[in-house]
Design a protein around this ligand. Structure first.
Ligand SMILES: Cc1cc2nc3c(=O)[nH]c(=O)nc-3n(C[C@H](O)[C@H](O)[C@H](O)COP(=O)(O)O)c2cc1C
Length: 180
């Protein structure tokens, strides 16, 4: 019997080309074990500003709903801008409210900032995830610092210990969604 692969959608809150948050998720995607697909969402920069009740919704928004609907879980990595999550990530999350895309969806986050940084991004992300009714997976969430110098020319985190910790976060989310 062929089992359906588990699908974990990876969402970076950074629109920056050499983003450490995106590098962390790209690395997690590359380390996904067999039987697990962990695609990196690449539509953040193209999402239009949220317009309540817009009909029909723009194709990029319809695609976001589709990708979230197909995901068994979501892993978010986001920088902090001016004391909270970036507006672009908040905008993405606002587009999910009407369709309840994240309602009861297992969601984890990784904060890649140094100790003492990024705490308000985490706090505000948790607030919004609570509002949209996501199931926060604490066991897979936390801080794994990724410095820009840890990211290689291939866009992946090269530091072995950090790669292990990123992989462990994914494994914890997988274990939550598909307990053995
Ligand atoms: C406009 C702007 C505002 C920022 N505000 C904060 C902040 O309030 N708190 C913080 O810890 N870092 C802040 N930072 C630092 C970023 O969170 C940090 O550079 C992060 O590594 C960016 O993530 P990225 O590498 O994925 O793009 C800010 C950066 C920018 C560009």
């Amino acid at each position: 019997m062929v089992s359906t692969p588990l699908r974990i959608l990876l969402i970076s809150g950074s629109t920056r080309d050499r983003s450490t948050n995106t590098a962390a998720l790209r690395t997690i995607s590359a380390l996904a074990p067999e039987g697990v697909e962990a695609p990196l969402y690449d539509g953040l920069r193209d999402l239009p500003q949220f317009v309540p009740g817009e009909e029909p919704e723009p194709p990029v928004v319809q695609d976001l709903h589709k990708q979230l609907g197909a995901a068994d879980a979501v892993l978010i990595c986001s920088p902090e801008y001016a004391g909270m999550i970036p507006g672009s990530l908040k905008n993405l999350l606002e587009w999910t409210v009407g369709a309840a895309d994240l309602h009861e969806k297992p969601v984890a986050y990784v904060n890649v900032a140094f100790e003492g940084r990024g705490d308000e991004a985490v706090a505000t992300l948790r607030t919004v995830l609570g509002y949209v009714g996501a199931e926060l997976v604490e066991a897979a969430s936390g801080r794994i610092t990724v410095l820009s110098q840890m990211v290689g020319a291939d866009g992946l985190v090269a530091d072995a210990e950090t790669r292990e910790r990123l992989s462990a976060a994914l494994e914890a989310l997988i274990a939550h969604v598909r307990p053995v």
